[in-house]
Design a protein around this ligand. Sequence first.
Ligand code: ADP
Ligand code: ZN
Length: 730
Amino acid sequence: MSGQEFFQAGERVGVLTTQPLDRLLDYRAPEGGCFLGAYVEVPLGPRKVLGVVWGPGAGDFDSAKLRAVIRVLDVAPMRTEMRQFLGKAADYTLTPMPAMLRLATRAPGLSDPPSMRKILRRGEGVPDRMTEARTRVLDVLEEYGGLAFTPKELADMADVTPSVVKGLVKQGALREEEAPRDTPYPHLDPELPSKQLTEDQAKAAAVLAEGVHSKRYGTTLLKGVTGSGKTEVYLEAVAAALRAGRQALVLLPEIALTAEFLTRVEARFGAKPAEWHSGATMTERRRVWKMVGQGAAQLVIGARSALFLPFRDLGLIIVDEEHDTSYKQEDGVLYNARDMAVLRAAMCSAQVVLASATPSLETWANAEAGKYNRLDLTSRFGASVLPDMRAVDMRSEDLLPSTWISPTLKQAMKLRLERGEQSLLFLNRRGFAPVTICRACGAQVACDHCDARMVEHRFMKRLMCHQCGETKPVPEACPSCEVEGKMAPVGPGIERLAEEATSLFPEARIAVLSSDLFGSARALKSRIEEIAKGEADIILGTQLVAKGHNFPLLTLVGVIDADLGLQGSDLRAAERTFQLMRQVAGRAGRAERPGEALMQTFQPEHPVIRAILSGDEESFWKAEAAERQAAGVPPYGRMAGIILSGPDLAAVFDLGNAMARNDGPLRQIGAQLFGPAPAPIARVRGRHRVRLLVKAPKSVPLQEALARWTAPLHLKGDLRLSIDIDPQSF
Ligand code: ADP
Ligand code: ZN
C-alpha cells in the first residue's frame, strides 16, 4: 500500500460515518494505526457505528475527551478515487455524505469477522455400495473439478437428500474441510474462443478494446437494433479489460434477464461472474462486496447500485439498454445510474459503453456534440431483418364496444396460427381494466391513501392501487351512491385483452406476461423460456416484453394502443413512446422468419407515430432535440424538481409558497421557478406531495444555488423535502 497516507496510533483522524451528521467526527487512530480510507468501527454515544477514515482530524475537539477507533475492519481501505466519486456524486445529487456512504457499504455483515464454513471435497474412501444418488453426488464434484461445496449446496446440485451426502462423508468418500465463508469467484478466461464476429461487429469490438487499453476515460454509445450483436461486441470489450487485468461491470435494467445473461457470460469466459442485485442473499452480497474490493471478482453483473461497489481496479462499465427508465433511482438517493457510471469512470480512468437500440435523447445529443464516441451496428445478425411496420387506422376499423383487437390485427393473428407461428399483443396496462366506474352515478373507485384510481385485477379478484400496492375487494355496491350491481370496468387492461383473445381464438394457447402475475423473477424466467420454446401461440404482454427476450417463433407484434404514451403533458412522452414502440416491434422476426408489426392508432398522422413507422431515427431525434432546445429543457438546459410532502396539504403548500417567495439564490443564476403545484403523483400513502420545478441555463452552478436556497429552511413536524436533479418527467 505504498504511497498511501497512514495515521500512527493515537493520531487524530476525521471519520465519515453512516449516521446522519453534517460533519466528520474526530477519533484517535487505533493501536497499530490505520490507513486513510480504512473502514472502521467507532464509538458514537453508547453505540458502535461504521465509518471510513476520511482525512486528518479537524482538531477543534478537546483532545482529552477524544475517543479511539474501536477497530479497523478486515477489508481493503476505500480508494481515493472512490472517495472522490462519492464526494462528486453527493455534490451533483445534493445528497448528504452519510447517505452516500450508506449506498457504498450496503453489504450486510461487513463488520463481522471472516467466518468459516464446512465444505466437502472428494476423499480417499470407497463407498460400501454405489446407489444412483451417490453416483450423482460424486459426478457433481467431478464435473466441477477443483471446486468445493457446502453439504447443502452439494445435495441441492445433485438433487439428493442431505442424508446421502452425510453417508458419503461417513464412508470417507467425501472429506470435510473448514474454509473462509467469502470465497473468490472462479477465474474468467478471456482467451477462450469467442464467436466469429461479423466485419461490422469486429470493427466495433476493436475500437472498444482500444479504448480499454488506453487506460483513459471515455464514453461510447454503442447503437444497434435488437439482435445486431451489441452484447457479443461489448463482451469483447470485457475480454479486453480482463486481459489488461482490470475489472468490468455490466449494468442491466431488469433482473429477469440476468439468468440468460449469466449463461452467455459463462459460454464466453468459462465461468459465471459475480452478481449484485436486491434479490441476492445477504451472504452472497457480502461475498461480492469483499471480493470486488480484493480484485477477486473480475466481472460483476448488477443492478444500478453495483456502481457503488468498492472495485479495486475498474476499467470498464457497460450500461446495457441505457435508455431504460429503471436506471433512475426514485427513492432515497435520487440518481441516474447512467450518469453516475460516466462520473465513476472519469474518476478511475475507465471506459463506459452505453448500449441501446433506442438511446436516450441525452446520450444521442452527447454523441452528436462529440462528448461521447458513437459506434453503430447497422444490420441484424444473420439473415433476420427488422419487421415491416404499419399503422392500423382505428378510425376506419369496425369494432364492437369493449373490444380492442381490430379486424386487421385479428386477420394477421389468424394467419400466424395457421402457420404455427407466434403473435404478441402489447398493451402497457396491468390488470383487467384501468378504471372501475359506477354506471348509476359515474363515481370511480379511488385509493384511500393515494391520488390514484384502483385498478381491477381479475386474476386475484381484487382492486389494486398501482401507486402503493393497497388492495381491496371489488365492491358490490357503489361506494358513492350505494346502488348495487352497477360497478363496471372501463377500458382494457392486459387481463381483459386476454379474455378477448381467448374468445376470438378459443383453440389457441394464450400466455399473459405481466409482472404482477408472477411470484418471483424465477417463475417469470421459466415461463419466458417455455414461450421461447413455442409453448404458446398468442403472447400478451405489458412493458415487460419490450425488453430483450428472444422468441424465435414470433413473427407478429400488435400494439393495441400506440397512442397511449402520447397523452399527457410530459415533455419526454414522445421519446418514451418512440423507444417503447421500436423496442416492442423489434421482438418480431429475430430469427430466419421475417416479422410484421401493426400499430393500432387513432392518429396515424401524428409526427411521433410517423417517425416510428418510417424508422427514420435521426430525423426523429433532430426534431425532438430542436423542441427541447427551444423549450430550454434537458439536455439543453438544466432542471431540478423539489418535492415537498406531508400529511397536511395546506402546510405543504405553505412551505412551497414560502420557498417561491424567497427564490433569490435562483434568480441570481437566471433560473426560473414553476409551482408550487401538485406533484405528478399528488398523494402517496397518505402524504400530500407538491412540486416546485426549477429550470436553469446549461452552464450555471445549479446545485450550489439550490443548496443556498434550501439550506435555511427548517422543516417543521412531518414535512419532508427531496431534491431531484434531472427529473424523469417535466
Ligand atoms: P443485441 O445485444 O444487439 O440484441 P445479441 O448480441 O444479443 O444482440 O445478438 C443477437 C443474437 O445473435 C444472439 O443470440 C447472439 O448470440 C447472436 N449473434 C450475434 N452476433 C453473432 C456472431 N457474430 N456469431 C454468432 N452468433 C451471433
Ligand atoms: Zn394507494
